[in-house]
Ligand binder design. Structure first.
Ligand code: BTN
Length: 246
């Protein structure tokens, strides 16, 4: 599949720029916008995303949907995570996991993050801008002890435009799974879930700092954690932080 590619040498955020294009012009499904340098890259929950100039992937993909209910939208998040696992497997990155909801890890190092911004029409999801930051050829991550890159994990420098193409290919193939439904996609997603069924330390307003075990996710995409002496509780993003792993 050949996607429409838009390259820009520098922009504050590819997600923000692609969203502005949606308003201005009719974009084709799978249009991908990528840049060498994001000056105000955005992460999840209002955080920022910084990335060395010219070394990594910072791209946003425009995707149209029809017929997905808003209540099922975590399907998109899971399929994007699975597509990135596919990409990173093809690049021979070892020990891949998805840290809920969609951070890509190799062992205990983060190598990619995802920011999905959706547009609704009534009770349905009509489109999404899928922002992907993937650390490819960067070596040093000052002040980020838990960050790494494909280069650091495989020893190989990789052509960025090849990876952008690979991302589109894997996203297109994963989105074909939408009709198989939530349960089957969830089962595959959970099989890659970071720290699943292992004792880990969590912190949250509701729970304080406690040990718990990730059990999976529910149909809303909430994280299910079996907390010491409290049973299985469900959490939205921001309500819980995974502190460390034993
Ligand atoms: C996270 O881990 O918090 C998500 C990071 C997402 C970063 C990507 S880079 C391309 C796109 N444009 C942005 O401003 N953010 C996403």
């Amino acid at each position: 599949m050949k996607a429409t590619e838009i390259y820009i040498s520098e922009t504050p955020s590819t997600n923000a720029l692609l969203k502005s294009y949606i308003q201005d012009k009719k974009l084709k499904d799978f249009t991908v916008l990528y840049t060498d340098h994001q000056t105000q890259g955005r992460g999840q929950m209002g955080s920022s995303w910084s990335s060395a100039k010219g070394k990594n992937i910072a791209c946003s993909v425009y995707k149209e949907f029809n017929g997905i209910s808003i209540s099922d939208q975590f399907i998109i998040s899971m399929l994007v995570s699975l597509a990135l696992i596919d990409v990173l497997e093809e690049l021979k990155v070892p020990k891949l996991k998805v840290k809920w909801p969609n951070d890509l890890y190799s062992s205990n190092k983060k190598i990619a993050g995802v920011l999905i911004e959706t547009t609704m029409s009534g009770t349905k999801l009509s489109s999404a801008v899928i922002g992907i930051g993937l650390n490819l050829n960067q070596k040093e991550f000052e002040g980020l002890p838990h960050a790494s890159s494909v280069l650091n994990l495989t020893g190989k420098l990789i052509d960025r435009s090849h990876v952008v193409q690979l991302i589109i290919k894997k996203l297109a193939s994963r989105f074909k799974m939408i009709p198989v439904g939530f349960q089957q996609i969830k089962a595959e997603y959970e099989s890659h879930l970071y720290r699943k069924d292992k004792v880990s330390l969590f912190k949250g307003e509701q729970i304080g700092t406690v040990n718990g075990i990730i059990k999976g996710i529910n149909e809303k995409g909430q994280l299910l954690i079996d907390i010491d002496q409290q049973g299985v509780l469900k959490f939205n993003l921001k309500e819980v932080e995974l502190l460390s792993s034993n």
